[in-house]
Design a binder for this molecule. Sequence first.
Ligand code: FES
Length: 87
Amino acid sequence: SFIIRLARTGGEHLVGADQTIAGVLRDAGVAIETSCEQGVCGTCLTGVLSGVPDHRDVFLTDEEQAAGDKIMCCVSRAKTAVLELDI
Ligand code: FES
């Protein structure tokens, strides 16, 4: 599990092993658009301000994944204890 910190909305939320970032945001009432929920379509693209994403999508290019400044919230996770999102 890891924590997402919401830079603009404020607040921190735990993402458990059986949860997704998108699901936790939805449960917290934070609006984020999703569509495929499988890391394919690109709808849930979100900026990352700090922390290291653990990319599980097939939407971002290898280069974009390596840059680590955006994440697909429906499938991807974090390699660091805290992931700060531009939400
Ligand atoms: Fe399609 Fe996340 S909802 S990539």
